[in-house]
Design a protein around this ligand. Structure first.
Ligand SMILES: C[S@@+](CC[C@H](N)C(=O)[O-])C[C@H]1O[C@@H](n2cnc3c(N)ncnc32)[C@H](O)[C@@H]1O
Length: 305
């Protein structure tokens, strides 16, 4: 228990349209520091550097979204990414050869991947978001959002690393929450969904076009394929798709099939080498600049009111 937290925190935050139960929001703010975690199925958001919860010392604003957040009519517009920001960022930063860690978080990635994601997020248009499947303790998500105030970042993890009976997933989730609280004041707007990527997409929990999509979740053939196909309708007309663990031929094949079957036209691509050492691209990264085919552009379902 964090000694700075009072036993019964009093929430001073105004109610919002996403959650009118202020006491539950207090719980989440508190649990972010104490380590208790809300149940699977919960989604919550971290928005900006303001300190709204007086009694606790967290310089973060965390709100619990109960159930599926409503799709907002204001966010119906499609993303507008025109230029290949992946190519631009890689070239401007010399493929991040000299990258240093952005955060002190235990995770399964390297400074090159983290810095690349961070620079991609910095180039997002205002009407687009970053989506990451498979956050684990938050190394890549928090690196992506760091010092990108106002940029929208969405994370998703199911937190069942081996099985539902092991504590590894619970500990990863606690670590994620405390890491978010630790870096809260320096992060963009983060929405997090504790669920599987299948449910995330099936329930339409993404409410704005995805300009940068980082897939680091279920690395099975079926999981990777689904991660491409199911995400496609949510992507901006042109978007960057980055797939982790590119060294694995199963992932390469499944991702390629998924992109093809989702009718995403690959305008540009790079295979970035990694050997699990910190100076490389971890376990390899496949990066694509894709464009929706004309048929797919007509699919408005995910953003329909
Ligand atoms: C390789 S780790 C991610 C590493 C992370 N990006 C980092 O920065 O350290 C893979 C994560 O994907 C999650 N995962 C696996 N299958 C998933 C699924 N179907 N939906 C959502 N998350 C999933 C696991 O719980 C695990 O935390």
């Amino acid at each position: 228990m964090n000694p700075r937290l009072p036993a019964a925190p009093r929430c001073l935050a105004p109610a919002t349209d996403q959650c009118d139960q202020a006491t539950q929001r207090c719980e989440i703010a508190a649990t972010g520091l104490t380590g208790a975690a809300p149940n699977e199925g919960a989604s919550w958001a971290l928005r900006g550097p303001q300190q709204w919860h007086d009694p606790c010392d967290a310089r973060v604003r965390v709100s619990l979204v109960i159930g599926a957040p409503p799709l907002s009519a204001a966010r119906l517009a499609r993303g507008t990414m025109k230029v290949n920001i992946a190519k631009a960022v890689l070239e401007e930063h010399r493929y991040f050869v000299a990258a240093r860690p952005l955060v002190n978080i235990d995770g399964l990635s390297s400074p090159r991947v983290c810095n690349f994601l961070n620079r991609l997020v910095s180039r997002l248009d205002a009407d687009e978001c970053y989506l990451e499947i498979g956050t684990y303790k938050g190394l890549t998500l928090i690196s992506a959002a760091l010092d990108n105030l106002g940029k929208k970042c969405v994370g998703c993890d199911k937190f069942r690393l081996i099985s539902s009976t092991t504590g590894i997933g619970v500990m990863a989730k606690r670590a994620l929450m405390s890491n978010l609280a630790r870096y809260g004041g320096r992060l963009g707007d983060i929405a997090f969904h504790h669920t599987t990527s299948r449910r995330l997409f099936a329930r339409g929990l993404i409410d704005m076009p995805v300009g940068v999509y980082f897939y680091d979740g279920d690395h099975s053939r079926a999981g990777t394929y689904h991660g491409m196909v199911a995400a496609a309708p949510y992507l901006s007309e042109r978007a960057v798709v980055a797939v982790d663990d590119w060294n694995d031929p199963t992932i390469r094949r499944a991702a390629a099939r998924g992109l093809r079957d989702a009718q995403l036209r690959i305008l540009w691509q790079r295979e970035l080498h990694g050997d699990h050492s910190l100076g490389t691209w971890w376990n390899g990264l496949g990066v694509f600049f894709v464009e929706k085919s004309p048929e797919d552009k007509e699919i408005e379902a995910p953003f329909a009111p």
